[in-house]
Design a protein around this ligand. Structure first.
Ligand SMILES: Nc1nc2c(c(=O)[nH]1)N=C([C@H](O)[C@H](O)COP(=O)(O)OP(=O)(O)OP(=O)(O)O)CN2
Ligand code: ZN
Length: 128
């Protein structure tokens, strides 16, 4: 019988500024402006029988605090390695920043509550 896989997740938020070159709603997007971003990182794996956990959420929180530090109150256009400050690139940036975790993230979601927009990055095969 296949092993049961669990998915645990933790959220954080950050406030950041950006500009974006777009071919629609272009005027406001190209001026420096800010958003509150929310992010959720999921980790999938079997239960460790000793701990009864996939990963201790306390460890995940420590990793997320490190990523938040790189984004919160920053101008996203200037964050090294982020690229264009879109929801997609934020998902990829967070996934890369956490790729050394054991187990690594299986899913990263970034959204802006106020605008109702979101992006999900699924990382297949990233379970323990
Ligand atoms: N595929 C994507 N499409 C769009 C993204 C994205 O990240 N991925 N991002 C945007 C804009 O950033 C987003 O719509 C917000 O627009 P923005 O000009 O930044 O702000 P608004 O004026 O629309 O919102 P307020 O916060 O109310 O000022 C678009 N598409
Ligand atoms: Zn914006």
């Amino acid at each position: 019988m296949s092993q049961a896989l669990y998915t645990v997740s933790q959220r954080f938020f950050f406030d950041a500024a950006h500009t974006l070159q777009r071919d629609i709603e272009a005027e406001g997007s190209r001026r420096i402006h800010g958003h509150t971003y929310h992010a959720e990182v999921s980790v999938q794996g079997p239960l460790n029988p000793d701990s009864g956990m996939v990963i201790d959420l306390g460890h995940l929180r420590v990793h997320l605090a490190g990523v938040r530090e790189q984004l919160d109150h920053h101008l996203l256009d200037e964050v090294p390695g982020l690229g264009k400050p879109t929801l997609e690139n934020l998902c990829a940036f967070i996934a890369r920043a956490l790729s050394g975790m054991n187990p690594p993230p299986s899913r990263v979601r970034v959204w802006r509550e106020a605008l109702g927009d979101s992006c999900v990055l699924d990382l297949p095969g990233r379970s323990a």
